[in-house]
Ligand binder design. Structure first.
Ligand SMILES: Nc1ncnc2c1ncn2[C@@H]1O[C@H](COP(=O)(O)OP(=O)(O)O)[C@@H](O)[C@H]1O
Ligand SMILES: [Mg+2]
Length: 443
């Protein structure tokens, strides 16, 4: 997802005194005071530990979890969408009830938002008192960004329809709902990608994807997540999604999967800590859960207050699973392993001689856990390539850490002894990271 430029304040993290949102250029006297009042009285608790900002044009920064706006600030769904993290809350304050209500309607189940708090009256506190009738009055509403992209936007990246859904009894009041896309969505995307295909071919492919391929992979994902919940030891079980419910079609295939939301947040990690946690989680996934992810791109990583997590087990398989058992699985995994981004990158790097480790050269185009290990080595070397959490990983290419990790990546991909590489598994990489950690601490 491309992140448009952000606001002037990027806010504070873990600010016990409340969100850092007030004032700045463009603020209107009352606007500032109302924003402060609503931030303090309504959202102080929730904003703790998350990024807050005041909406304003012309500034770039990390997308925030809470965005506050008054009348003179950017306030329309399309203007604020890119300033917010997925699941972020937009709070608007205005002295004019009619205007607040009109703007709130633009967020009510539209443009990737849902209206979480209807326009509500607020009395501005004077000397700590909020006296109805005596104090100035304003109206605020709050809208949650539940869509990953806005309706009408096109991206190749998201195959499924993934959005947040209000759900009682969950940690943040929301669950992630991943569902098979509609026929209309899929045929639109196919048309964009293959403009020369005849209509009947688009139709056939759409049916195949919507009626069998997507449901089959979603069914596999739900099954793998259930395996993870029994096989991942604590606390690692919290770093992968838990199934909250599934909806199946008449043939028993999952069309809708609800899981818990591994919400972005928490303290910033050093590059080495990010690498360590990622390698540790992958080691546990491979060695204890006996599952390979097979699509371990940074957009399938999440950075949460509990640490680095992995999502999207849609292309995963059990280690040792006989994929040849079913002709359909054989053909789909075969295709995925020819066309996936990771496999294509491996192919290019092999051609250029950038990967010589035989543990990886021999899995080109194959579904094998070494594919995860290969990509882990690549990712820890550029951990800020996911805009959703780039602000949460410290990365300075000139730092000792970055240079040490870069040497590690090189040693993993191109070992001195190609036939007998020192690094073959996630656990080997973890050991390498621990050695860097000890060396840098000693230095
Ligand atoms: N349980 C989850 N918790 C937090 N974020 C999630 C979760 N599931 C999905 N996401 C977010 O949604 C995006 C798309 O979901 P994903 O399962 O990767 O779908 P797709 O298979 O279409 O790539 C992910 O890249 C991630 O940012
Ligand atoms: Mg994904």
């Amino acid at each position: 997802m491309r992140i448009p430029s952000l606001t002037r304040t990027s806010g504070k993290r873990r600010d016990a005194s409340g969100p850092a949102v007030s004032a700045g250029a463009g603020g209107t006297g009352y606007g500032d005071r109302f924003i402060d009042a609503v931030a303090k009285h309504r959202y102080q608790q929730q904003t703790n530990g998350f990024l807050s900002a005041r909406s304003a044009p012309g500034h770039t920064g990390a997308p925030v979890d809470f965005l506050f706006a008054a009348r003179s600030d950017p306030k329309l769904p399309d203007e604020v969408f890119g300033m917010l993290q997925w699941g972020g809350l937009f709070v608007y304050v205005d002295t004019d009830q009619t205007r607040a209500t009109r703007i709130a309607q633009d967020y009510d189940g539209k443009r990737g938002f849902i209206l979480e708090t209807q326009p509500t009256r607020l009395w501005l506190s004077r000397l700590g008192l909020r006296l109805p009738g005596l104090a100035p009055r304003a109206f605020y509403f709050a809208a949650r960004k539940v869509g990953l992209i806005q309706p009408g936007q096109f991206t190749e990246r998201f195959t499924y329809q993934v959005e947040l859904m209000p759900t009682k009894g969950t940690e943040f009041g929301y669950a992630v709902c991943k569902q098979v896309p509609t026929h209309a969505d899929v045929s639109y995307r196919l048309r964009q990608r293959f403009p020369d295909l005849p209509d009947d071919e688009i139709e056939t492919r759409t049916h195949k994807l919507v009626d069998s391929v997507f449901p089959m992979f979603l069914t596999r994902e739900a099954a793998i997540l259930k395996i993870l919940q029994t096989q991942m030891p604590k606390p690692y079980d919290q770093l992968v999604p838990k199934v909250l419910g599934v909806q199946k079609d008449e043939q028993g295939f999952v069309r809708r999967l609800a899981m818990n939301w591994l919400r972005t947040g928490g303290p910033r990690l050093t590059q080495l800590e990010f690498a360590r946690q990622s390698a540790q989680l992958l080691t546990v996934l491979h060695e204890q859960a006996q599952v390979m992810h097979l699509d371990l791109r940074l957009d399938n990583f999440v950075l949460t207050p509990r640490g680095v997590g992995f999502v999207d087990f849609g292309s995963s398989a059990r280690i040792g699973e006989d994929l040849a058992q079913s002709p359909m699985l054989t053909s789909l995994f075969g295709e995925m392993m020819r066309t996936s981004k990771i496999q294509r990158m491996l192919g290019r790097m092999l051609d250029k001689g950038q990967v010589t480790n035989q543990s990886f050269t021999c899995v080109h185009r194959k579904a094998d856990k070494a594919i995860d290990t290969f990509y882990l080595a690549v990712q820890i070397n550029k951990p800020t390539h996911n805009p959703q959490f780039s602000h949460l990983v410290e990365y300075d290419p000139h730092s000792d850490q970055a240079q040490a990790v870069s040497s590690l990546t090189a040693a993993v991909l191109r070992p001195k002894d190609q036939a007998n590489p020192q690094f073959r598994s996630a656990k080997d990489i973890l050991r390498g990271i621990d050695r860097i950690h000890r060396r840098l601490n000693t230095d």
